[in-house]
Ligand binder design. Sequence first.
Ligand SMILES: [Zn+2]
Ligand SMILES: [Zn+2]
Length: 367
Amino acid sequence: MTKAVAAVLDGPREFTFRDFAIPRVGDDDAVVRVEASGLCGTDYEQYLGGLSFGDGMPIIPGHEVLGHVEAIGATAAKRWGVGVGDRITVEPIIPCGVCAGCVEGAFTRCRAGLGYGMYQGTGRQPSLWGGYATHVYLHSRALVHKLPADIPTDVMTLVNPLSNAIRWVHEVGGASLGSTVVIAGPGQRGLLAAAAAKKAGAAEIIVTGTSADHGRLELARALGATATIDVDSEGAVERVLEITNGSMADVVLDVSAGAMSPILDGIRMLRRGGRLVLAGLKSGKMLNDVPIDDVVLSEIELRGVVSGGYRSTELAIDMLRTDPEGLGALCSHTFRLDQVTTAVQTLGREINDGTDAVHITLTSELS
Ligand SMILES: [Zn+2]
Ligand SMILES: [Zn+2]
């Protein structure tokens, strides 16, 4: 293959397939032959009208990329510890290394705005900055993880959402041996957070959802939830009180999209000194009725999180290596690159083929 092919998002809801030259690598960068990209809610938001950050369109989306190294410079190979043919994934953010966030070790707060799928448009050379393509360019500051060769493609694309889940529930949320954890929202990240909380040693893992989430709550129990709550038919706070014998939760993770009640309920579900981790975006909505006095008097911590981190990605790789079948239960759909519009519309529930879209993989195959 002498040219790369990419699905370029030219405007809202408008993909065009375009050829790009495959960049020649120097001493300190690399080119990856894409295997697949995982999709998450951000992909659908981007498809509808773009994101509030980055260059905007035209852009090659795909921020959860995995693939095999096709060409690599000597310095880059040494730094990343990978060579031609190795299977890798790359962190969505390319840290600048020198801003306050990077220097403090939190590259998720990097101010440079460089990365994969959501940042540089095709106008920035060498254009191949997203996973909806046959090839991706690896910038010298990209954060690369080597992956096991034998995990199936769709299961391996769980690495990014699982990294998020591990960081949110364990690294930031503090779920560990004996913890009581409540997870609001049985989406891809919520379900993986249940698995991560179990791995971390949490004693009680309670996942909440709506009556439409029946199948997902069942999946949550299979992945490690000790109890599930259907908030449409049960009082969520009362159930947590009952399950914990009044001791309440150490950590509540909100991964629900758009809903506000999990935040208000979350505050009431926590023990004194408990932590509410906010990871679900609310489409710009504001929240009234926050019981601030309860937050103050009970010393509740509120903490927002975005994305995973380097260590959580390494932990995610390890979890996928240990239990590919169990975690693979989330993988509901796989599409080829030429089916990108169907893939993204299935993600956004515009298309329903009868199978609940929990985790979608987009391979780089062209029919
Ligand atoms: Zn994502
Ligand atoms: Zn930075």
